[in-house]
Write a protein that binds this ligand. Structure first.
Ligand code: ZN
Length: 284
């Protein structure tokens, strides 16, 4: 995909450390639109951690208050191409923030607006997650790019940005989710190698030590245990019911494992997954 920037935006700060006070967010954003049709409106960065604003036209109005942060990977090999796509009116996708591999944070959509990152999704019985969330795209090629590790400066920036958003929006740590949590049959991002434990150590996301795998003969969960596990996943927030077909249940079990028990992501209910979810529910 050719790199094409629909917008030119003046860099706002060279680094977050140069932002001494919240009033420093009063920012001049220079926008020269090359979009065909849709115009992106300039706005003031919500987070002092955003070093630049690149206004995306892909947004509309929220229909519900913010109650979640949703983390994604971009899933593209080239980070400028990913940014360009998120600002391309024809692509009809966006996020509130992009965190580059360097740790630089770019804001694309004002937090008060509804960005288009979640798609068809569900959490705790609610749909329209775009209305209810702030989306962060983390630059990483993803599963199709051999799952490269997230660089340390990038994760440090994700942690700082999430802490800032949680604090400003009055959200709890467990209100930080993976795209795969809210759309398990469609999405796998930010992937089973995403360092959720490191985030949790700094107050972002809920995490418990996963129970070890148990492959001993006879250690498989029986049908009753598997049914109870599906019910407990729904209790945690996953969009799953006892009436869903086996392939949907397997996708939701895999999404749970991808986030909370990444040692094996196979969609099968096992005792390690059951015990990990029990610990998670007790920790919330
Ligand atoms: Zn995603």
């Amino acid at each position: 995909m050719a790199v094409r920037f629909p917008l030119y935006v003046k860099s706002l700060y060279e680094s977050a450390e140069r932002v001494p006070q919240p009033q420093a967010q009063a920012i001049d954003v220079v926008v020269r639109s090359r979009l065909d049709g849709a115009m992106a409106s300039p706005f003031t960065a919500d987070s002092p951690l955003a070093s630049s604003v690149m206004a995306s036209p892909n947004l509309d109005e929220r229909c519900a208050p913010v109650e979640l942060i949703v983390l994604h990977y971009t899933g593209m090999p080239e980070e400028d191409a990913a940014l360009a796509r998120l600002c391309d009116a024809e692509a009809k996708v966006s996020s509130h923030y992009v965190v580059r591999e360097s740790g630089e944070v770019v804001q694309l959509v004002a937090e008060e607006k509804r960005a288009w990152h979640a798609g068809v999704s569900c959490w705790r019985g609610a749909s329209d997650i775009n209305s209810r969330s702030i989306g962060i795209e983390i630059v990483n090629p993803g599963h199709n790019g051999d799952c490269p590790p997230y660089p340390d400066p990038q994760i440090a920036a994700v942690v700082a940005l999430c802490r800032d958003i949680l604090a400003r929006n009055g959200l709890r740590r467990d209100q930080v989710l993976a795209h795969s949590d809210i759309a398990p049959t469609r999405k796998q991002d930010p992937g089973e190698w995403f360092p959720w434990g490191r985030l949790a150590a700094e107050g972002v996301g809920l995490w418990v030590e996963p129970a070890p795998l148990d492959d001993a003969p006879g250690a498989e969960a029986d049908a009753g245990e598997a049914a109870a596990f599906i019910g407990a996943l729904a209790g945690y927030g996953y969009g799953i019911t006892p009436a869903d077909p086996p392939e949907v249940k397997a996708a939701v079990v895999a999404a749970f494992q991808r986030h909370f028990r990444p040692a094996r992501v196979d969609g099968k209910v096992d005792r390690s997954s059951i015990e990990t979810l029990r610990r998670l529910l007790a920790a919330r």
